[in-house]
Design a protein around this ligand. Structure first.
Ligand SMILES: Nc1nc2c(ncn2[C@@H]2O[C@H](COP(=O)(O)OP(=O)(O)O)[C@@H](O)[C@H]2O)c(=O)[nH]1
Ligand SMILES: [Mg+2]
Length: 429
């Protein structure tokens, strides 16, 4: 049982109109009320008060009280809106800790919400993604997971597997009662789960952004193009070949999708130690990118030979070189930059098009791994059935598949699993 009272600043550190401090746990009302002039507050009602430490006025606050189980965490809670000055907020935090509250760990409010049955583990996991999503699509799919769509679907699959398991068990216990072979439709379930698995990568991209690497020889204008796309001088541009030695990232938004542009060191043979590392990083960035933009110089004889999704001929203000399926641009004059943006936008949309916002999608690596393991068990069960192995063998695989799904929604959990789920959360969530 969770019994202590936790406290955290739940808004970002910095100056703002408001800054919110949250308390959750059995003593939260008592601790908060000690510093305000509010008598007999009602749950879910908003109060105004001055906030004191002994007789010293700290700030004016607007406060909401929640009574268990009708709160985010399922416990007694208090939410106080102070003026958003970090000095005031850290003072308030210190006061509450002196009164016996404990500073919350990252994700501890949401962890308690899960432990108190307010949400399943998938929904709890989705809270972080809802906050972190960089695109409209990423936000929609995270909200869909938070609202239980994925968990519901997993529950349906689990129910089917439970039925299969029950049928198998009854045949193990009463082998003489059944004459015909039992052949559950595992292929259909496996197919459905594989469909869900295929949503993981595009979902990740929608949440985190599409990676676009600018690659090519030194001095062709990769850094200049990044700057032109972003609209500011993000990367250093010089006429010296080998200026960019590390990868540089900058983001733009196109059609509600975050595009992370990655400028790389020009790929060439070099004896320079630092540049060599840069070239390695460039190759790696290109490998990991969703979209590779290969930049060539219009004034050179170079024939593009790197694998690329878009070929760009830069410095078209100097020479107009024609090449099939290539875009002519000039980072210097801005000519063709909008076209390049459009081409990137179209390809970016393709990266996530496998998925639409209404679909059930996997939004965390943990989820992906568990569904994958579940599929693996079911495939083994399928094989055992095909090879007419004893039905006990099938039962073992189906049981394990169910256990993976239970871990997925949090029906089975350990503190270690919760640590993994909540390790990325910020304090105050
Ligand atoms: N005339 C012209 N010069 C350019 C253009 N783009 C880049 N440059 C010049 O080419 C040189 C190399 O550019 P930079 O962006 O550093 O190339 P990178 O090594 O590929 O990153 C610099 O002197 C730039 O000013 C362009 O579109 N037209
Ligand atoms: Mg450069």
């Amino acid at each position: 049982m969770v019994s202590d009272t936790i406290v955290a600043i739940s808004t970002p550190i910095g100056r703002a109109a408001l800054g919110v401090v949250r308390l959750s746990g059995p003593n939260s009302w008592k601790i908060a009320l000690k510093h305000m002039i509010i008598s007999k507050p009602q749950p879910r009602k908003v109060y105004y008060s001055r906030f004191f430490k002994n007789k010293e006025l700290i700030d004016e606050v607007v406060v909401t009280f929640y009574k268990a189980p009708h709160s985010y965490t399922g416990e007694d809670m208090v939410e106080l809106s102070f003026h958003g000055n970090p000095l005031i907020l850290s003072k308030a935090l210190k006061i509450f800790i002196e009164d016996g509250a404990r500073g919350a760990q990252g994700g501890e409010f949401t962890r308690r919400a899960f432990l108190n049955g307010k949400m399943d583990l998938i929904s709890a996991e989705a809270v972080e993604k809802v906050i972190d999503s960089t695109s409209e699509l990423g936000l929609k799919i995270s909200q869909s997971a938070m609202n239980g769509h994925l968990a519901n679907l997993i529950e349906e699959v689990r129910k089917e597997l439970m039925e299969i398991s029950a049928n198998v068990e009854v045949r193990i216990d009463y082998p003489d009662e059944f004459e015909e072979e039992y052949s559950p439709n595992l292929a259909r379930i496996i197919g459905n789960l594989n469909d869900i698995l295929s949503t993981y990568d595009p979902a990740q991209t929608a949440i985190e952004g599409v990676k676009v690497a600018l690659i090519g020889a030194p001095n062709v204008g990769k850094s200049s193009i990044l700057n032109a796309l972003v609209g500011k001088e993000k990367a250093i541009v010089t006429s010296v070949a080998g200026t960019t030695r590390d990868t540089i990232e900058a983001s733009i938004f196109v059609n509600g999708l975050k595009v992370i542009l990655i400028d790389t060191a020009g790929i060439r043979e070099t004896a320079d130690e630092v540049e060599k590392i840069g070239v390695e990083r460039a190759k790696k960035a290109a490998e990991e990118a969703h979209i590779k933009v290969h930049v060539v110089d219009a004034t050179s004889e170079e024939i593009p030979d790197l694998p690329a999704d878009i070929i760009v001929i830069n410095k078209s203000d100097l020479v107009h070189k024609r090449m099939k399926n290539a875009l002519n641009v000039s980072a210097k004059t801005g000519q063709g930059i909008e076209n390049l943006k459009k081409a990137i936008a179209e390809l970016s949309a393709k990266v996530t098009e496998k998925m639409n916002s209404a679909q059930v999608v996997l939004i965390a690596h943990r989820q992906y791994e568990l569904v994958r393991k579940c599929v693996q068990e079911l495939q083994e069960a399928q094989m055992a059935l095909n090879e007419e192995m004893p039905i006990d063998v099938v039962e073992i695989n189906v049981r394990r598949a169910i256990e993976y799904l239970d871990e997925l929604v949090g029906r089975n959990y350990s503190q270690d699993i919760l640590d993994v789920v909540f390790s990325n959360f910020c304090v105050g969530k």
